[in-house]
Write a protein that binds this ligand. Structure first.
Ligand code: GSH
Length: 220
C-alpha cells in the first residue's frame, strides 16, 4: 500500500486530494511541525535524507518532491489525470508541473522569509536595518515578480477551465498549494480567475475527503 508521510499545514495536503481523486488505498503517517520553529521533525530523515515533506513509499520505492510524487502516482494509478504526451495539453502539463515548485514557490518562500525577518524580535538598533533590507528585496525583486506571475496565471485561467485545458490533471493538483495558500493569506481580490479556480477545486468531493483525512490545514 502507498504510505504518505504527511506534515500538517504543508505541501503534502495536495497529495491527499490526489489519492482521493484516484481512489487508491493509502495510509497516512502524520507528523507535526515544531510549534516554535515550524520546522519538520527530524524523524522524517529516516525516510528521506533531506527531511522535507511530502514523501511517499510504495513497497520498497521511496519518492520525495511533490512533482515527482504526483507524476509517479498518476503514471502508476491514474493515467486519466495526465494528458497525452506530445500534445499541447501534454506540454502544458510538463510546464505547470515544473512551474509550481520551480518558479512560483521560491518567490513565495522569499516573501515568507522576509516577512518573518520583519516580525522577528531583535535589538532595537538592528530592526530598521533588517526592515530596510527586507523591504528593498521585496520592492526590487520578489514583489514585482509575484505580481507578474499572478497576472500570468490569472490570464491563463481566463481561457482554460483547468491548467491543461478542459480536464482536471495532476498539474492542477501541483498548482493547488501555492494558489490556495496565497488566496487564504492575501485574498488576491484583483485576480478573480485564481479565486474561482481555488473555489472550484476546493469544492470537489475528493478534495474535501482529503482535507478531512489530513487534519489541521490553514489554507482551505
Ligand atoms: N520542492 C519540494 C519542497 C519540500 C518542502 O520544502 N517541504 C516543506 C513543507 S511545505 C517542509 O518539509 N518544510 C519543513 C522544514 O523545512 O523543516 C516539494 O515540492 O516537495
Amino acid at each position: 500500500m502507498v504510505v504518505l508521510h504527511h506534515l500538517n499545514n504543508s505541501r503534502s495536503q495536495r497529495l491527499l486530494w490526489l489519492f482521493e481523486e484516484l481512489n487508491i488505498p493509502y495510509e497516512i503517517k502524520k507528523y507535526q511541525r515544531d510549534s516554535k520553529t515550524e520546522l519538520a521533525p527530524e524523524a522524517i530523515k529516516e525516510v528521506h535524507a533531506l527531511g522535507k515533506f511530502p514523501v511517499i513509499t510504495d513497497g520498497d520505492i521511496t519518492i520525495a518532491e511533490s512533482g515527482a510524487i504526483i507524476e509517479y502516482l498518476v503514471e502508476e494509478y491514474g493515467k486519466n489525470l495526465s494528458p497525452e504526451r506530445g500534445t499541447d495539453a501534454g506540454r502544458s502539463y510538463t510546464y505547470w508541473m515544473h512551474y509550481a515548485e520551480g518558479t512560483l514557490m521560491p518567490l513565495l518562500v522569499i516573501k515568507l522569509i522576509f516577512d518573518k525577518v520583519k516580525s522577528s524580535p531583535m535589538p532595537f538598533f538592528i530592526k530598521p536595518i533588517a526592515k530596510g533590507i527586507a523591504n528593498k528585496v521585496m520592492a526590487a525583486y520578489a514583489g514585482p515578480n509575484i505580481t507578474s506571475n499572478l497576472k500570468f496565471i490569472n490570464q491563463h485561467l481566463a481561457t482554460n477551465e483547468w491548467f491543461c485545458g478542459d480536464q482536471l490533471t495532476g498539474a492542477d493538483i501541483q498548482m493547488s498549494f501555492p494558489l490556495e495558500a496565497m488566496v487564504s493569506q492575501q485574498g488576491l481580490d484583483e485576480y478573480p480567475n485564481i479565486i474561482a479556480f481555488v473555489k472550484k477545486f476546493q469544492a470537489r468531493p475528493a478534495y474535501q475527503k482529503g482535507l478531512k483525512a489530513g487534519g489541521s490545514y490553514d489554507f482551505a
